[in-house]
Ligand binder design. Structure first.
Ligand code: ATR
Length: 276
């Protein structure tokens, strides 16, 4: 997806994957800066750790408490400019600038793939891990009316509920299914569904799928998880997490390049890479 986007923008860059153990993350970020990398994407478990490791935090990273995108910037006449805007010969001071594109990608994908407007919606969120926390906070910021938090480990859902109530008091938070019989959206952020034999992350005795208008699963491989299959059969609108992956990547490319991302090119490359 990124290499297709980079190529389409006519940039002489390459996007590569590196397997970095958490204890080497700071050295890896500093090393990438020393090698004049344009930027980095980070994934689990680096997104939270990096918040304390970058030189500057964008408001997106500060607000959602996680960094998934780093842009390296050079100091030029007192201003910090993306390395993409500086000559290759630039030899001045470089800093790492952390951003978060995951949170906004959720909202983009819900609108685009489910034709769903989160404002005033009633949402059931399955999972309270890193991805679930970002989704819950971003949805609350978008003005969802009610959030029901379901997690295998109840204490994690309780901690998340407390944070939402403190930061976004207008959103009504319930721990567990509560008495609400319907939902505008069920959003799965758990890893249950990565294998086709996995049990549903939802207890359909408490919330039958036919009572939900739409179901979004952050998992994109398999393309149709058991939850999405059951939801489709129950007549819900459904979408997997491919759109979220696309949008977080497209926004990262825009941050690095300063140009609009070629969405169609990136979407096609992503679909081909993941689903053939
Ligand atoms: P991520 O960054 O992708 O969110 P994570 O922080 O490890 O990863 O969170 C994984 C989420 O999936 C958690 O909500 C986890 O529940 P626990 O908090 O109880 O661990 C949930 N999860 C993982 N396996 C699950 C399963 N088999 N059934 C239900 N939930 C599961």
């Amino acid at each position: 997806m990124q290499n297709a986007g980079i190529h389409s923008l006519g940039l002489d860059w390459r996007y590569l994957a590196f397997d970095v153990p958490p204890e080497n993350l700071q050295a890896a970020i500093d090393g990438a800066a020393a090698m004049r990398f344009i930027g980095l994407n980070l994934t689990v478990p680096h997104k939270l750790l990096a918040v304390k490791m970058v030189d500057a935090l964008d408001s997106s990273a500060r607000r959602w408490g996680a960094v998934n995108t780093i842009r390296f910037e050079g100091r030029d006449s007192g201003r910090w400019l993306p390395l993409s805007q500086l000559p290759a010969s630039f030899n001045g001071k470089v800093r790492s600038h952390g951003f978060n594109t995951d949170a906004d990608a959720i909202i983009h994908s819900l609108r685009e793939d489910l034709k769903m407007e989160p404002r005033n919606a009633s949402v059931v969120l399955l999972g309270a891990g890193g991805a679930g926390r970002t989704a819950a906070l971003r949805l609350a910021a978008e003005g969802v009316h009610e959030l029901r938090l379901i997690n295998r480990t109840a204490t994690k859902a309780a901690a998340l509920g407390k944070e939402i109530r403190r930061r976004f008091p207008k959103t009504i938070v319930h721990l567990g299914y509560g008495s609400g019989a319907c939902a505008d959206l069920i959003l799965n952020s758990t890893s249950a569904g990565l294998k086709l034999a996995d049990p549903l992350p939802l207890d359909i005795r408490h919330l039958p799928l036919k009572n939900a208008a739409a179901v979004y699963d952050m998992i994109y491989q398999p393309a149709e998880t058991p939850l999405l299959k059951a939801a489709r059969k129950a007549g819900c609108r459904t979408a997997n997490g491919l759109g979220m992956l696309l949008h977080q990547g497209a926004m990262a490319l825009e941050i690095w390049s300063g140009q609009p991302a070629p969405m169609d090119v990136m979407r096609r490359a992503l679909q081909k890479a993941i689903h053939g």
